[in-house]
Design a binder for this molecule. Structure first.
Ligand code: FES
Length: 104
């Protein structure tokens, strides 16, 4: 995926996640203390949106709202069952008020 603006920094409050659709990709955009993370917005266990789950700020993880697997926002790896496969982690940076996603 080429670099593309996904949202404004102010669109995602610290400690929360939002879903953004870009070029057919369903993305989960997470803000932890002003640092942004982007992973697939689809749990690898079943089709639920991770962006509707809780953000674990200290652990840098997001919890699936369906069955509670948590995923590392750094590696995409599940940290607890029932999910066993990682979600994709995207490269992300901010430029001014823009959140930009790119190729990892
Ligand atoms: S759908 Fe995410 S843990 Fe089951």
């Amino acid at each position: 995926m080429p670099d593309v603006r996904v949202c404004a920094v102010s669109d995602v409050k610290p400690g929360t996640a939002s879903r953004v659709d870009v070029d057919g990709h369903r993305l989960c955009v997470v803000n932890i203390e002003g640092t942004f993370y982007i992973v697939d917005d689809e749990c690898t266990h079943a089709d639920y949106s991770l962006s509707e789950g809780d953000v674990w700020e200290e652990e840098r993880e997001i919890e699936c709202p369906a069955h509670g697997s948590t995923f590392s926002l750094l590696t995409g790896e599940p940290q607890s069952l029932p999910a066993t496969r990682p979600v994709h982690v995207y490269g992300v940076r901010t430029e001014g008020d823009d959140v930009i996603v790119g190729v990892p």
